[in-house]
Design a protein around this ligand. Structure first.
Ligand SMILES: *Cc1c(COP(=O)(O)O)cnc(C)c1O
Length: 531
């Protein structure tokens, strides 16, 4: 029998929803067929229940704690094994996931995670390695990291790569710390980093965290960086520019080489936010565009799970000018053409004659080598596609996004539809909506259609932005179904259909108060019997 409900928990869903709309007979459980409610484990569990049997404590072992052993139970609740399995399975069913349907979050690149990657990552030789094992026993793991580093250096045309950063934003920090170290090494106290207004919030945040002031780079009417305005702002106080390419409006920055040349001439460095590398992998090498540092989100471009599915991984590729300042461990191709793993013990042997300079690392980003599980998955993805396959990934991602852009531009404001084909994501705005409806209402309507909404209100340069990224892993049939739903909700929005204001109608919870959720999140459970 289930333990009694301690907190008097009541199902929030009823047969009558919050607007009094009658949707069926009441159920005692609060469940609606397969839509199951789930209380917190604290509400259904008990301290005296456990799913495991532990042996009585051996008094000799207790003595080893020197009298510090706990004397009272700490009151954590327990569940039996089947209850535990059901609890987490029910919670997992309340999530949207890439394995459930198309996940159109622009900039986030929610692509299918190939099962082959998972199979390889679970092989005991990869899954069971420990970073503190003797080096001689992890040669294979180091070889995997080196091989992946090789691919990243080749695909980007850069000098070397720091594999250790744990996500895109961590990679940005790594790149900016390299730039700061390079400037400090030449005694140059530049203070300003320039970022376009359309930049991801992590770019200015990273620059500020690394000790810089940030200023906006203006964009032209076509959604790209205004080269002349940028040139006019460059000067001896500008340490770096941070540019996303393809940018967050889904457009390729065609002037990238001219931008890099101008920044270098003014003595600064070019940081490229490489989160959108999936649109150009195999087609363009950032090294050829004059980029000095760029992070690559393995969890976006190279298909490793994220968004609740797994940790990120954000290797940073560096130019020859920045390589000497890279964090350890660091991997670079030296002048003999060989890719070397550089660690504390070997750093001193990398000098000017076979490296970009004398290795003068700014330090470490992490204790160990990085996200081994993601390295294994990303390398599996690369090897299973090959260089030609990766180029096709980029082409198909761009094709799919343009299909969406051209299928909706007659209905929705598409601010840069005339700036040429988009890259891997299509950008719309809510300018043509009727009544007081906004992008938020359309997004909630998409939930009723069974889709996770697209990225909304980003980038900031477009009113009520909707950024849609289908990725290359969606079939034409899946895109057509998505477009049909999107068109029907957009038609309602344009017509000022007030019913959209109450959406979602069919989700387990109706519309939440987003301000309260952000400002006053409830992060702790308080036992109502104690208060
Ligand atoms: C995702 C993303 C980032 C941050 O990457 P994380 O891996 O989430 O830290 C930075 N810039 C852009 C454009 C992104 O899409």
């Amino acid at each position: 029998m289930n333990p009694p409900n301690k907190s008097g928990w009541k199902p929030a869903m009823n047969a009558t929803d919050q607007d009094g709309m009658h949707i069926g007979p009441a159920t005692v459980s609060g469940n609606r067929a397969l839509m199951l409610e789930e209380p917190l484990s604290f509400e259904i569990g008990h301290a005296e229940i456990t799913g495991v049997d532990l042996p009585e404590i051996d008094p000799a072992a207790a003595n080893r704690l020197g009298g510090l052993e706990r004397s009272d139970p700490i009151g954590l609740v327990g569940l039996s094994e089947p209850e535990t399995v059901r609890h987490y399975t029910r919670l997992s069913r309340q999530n949207y996931a890439i394995d459930l349907g198309l996940f159109p979050l622009g900039s986030c690149t929610m692509k299918h995670n190939p099962r082959l990657n998972e199979k390889v990552a679970r092989m005991p030789g990869f899954a069971d390695v420990h970073p503190l094992q003797p080096v001689d026993t992890v040669r294979g793991a180091l070889e995997v990291i080196n091989e992946l580093a090789h691919w990243l250096i080749d695909l980007t045309g850069m000098h070397g790569v720091a594999m250790s950063p744990k996500a895109g934003a961590h990679g940005e920090l790594c790149g900016m710390l390299c730039i700061r170290a390079a400037l400090e090494a030449r005694g140059d106290a530049r203070k300003v980093v320039l970022c376009p207004e359309s930049a991801h919030g992590t770019n200015p945040a990273t620059a500020a965290f690394a000790g810089y002031e940030t200023e906006d780079i203006p964009a032209g009417a076509d959604g790209r960086v205004d080269l002349e305005a940028l040139k006019a702002r460059l000067g001896p106080d500008v340490a770096a520019v941070m540019i996303t390419n393809p940018n967050t409006c889904g457009l390729f920055e065609r002037d990238m080489k001219a931008i890099s040349d101008a920044v270098h001439e003014a003595g600064g460095f070019v940081y490229c936010d490489g989160a959108n590398f999936n649109a150009i992998v195999g087609k363009v090498r950032p090294g050829d565009l004059g980029v000095d540092a760029m992070h690559i989100n393995l969890h976006k471009t190279f298909s490793t799970p994220h968004g609740g599915g797994g940790p990120g991984s954000g290797p940073v590729v560096l130019s020859e000018a920045l390589s000497p300042y890279g964090p350890l461990p660091y991997t670079a191709r030296t002048k003999d053409g060989v890719v070397h793993l550089i660690e504390e013990e070997s750093a001193e042997s990398f000098s000017e004659e076979h490296f970009g300079g004398v290795m003068d690392s700014f330090g470490r980003m992490t204790a160990f080598h990085g996200q081994m599980g993601m390295f294994t998955r990303a390398l599996t993805y690369m090897l299973s596609h090959g260089a030609d396959g990766l180029r096709q990934v980029a082409e198909d991602a761009v094709l799919n996004a343009n299909y969406i852009l051209r299928s909706l531009e007659d209905l929705l404001h598409a601010p840069y539809a005339d700036s040429g084909p988009c890259m891997h994501e299509a950008l719309f705005g809510d300018k043509d909506f009727g009544g007081d409806l906004s992008t938020l209402d359309l997004a909630k309507g998409m939930i009723d259609e069974g889709y996770h909404p697209m990225t909304v209100f980003f980038p900031l340069v477009v009113h009520g932005a909707m950024l849609v990224e289908p990725t290359e892993t969606e079939s034409k049939a899946a895109l057509d179904q998505f477009i049909a739903s999107f068109r029907s909700v957009a038609e309602r929005a344009n017509a000022g259909d007030e019913s959209l204001k109450q959406a979602p109608y069919y989700a387990p919870r109706r519309r939440l108060d987003e301000t309260q959720a952000a400002r006053k999140p409830v992060l702790a459970w308080n036992d109502p019997n104690l208060t």
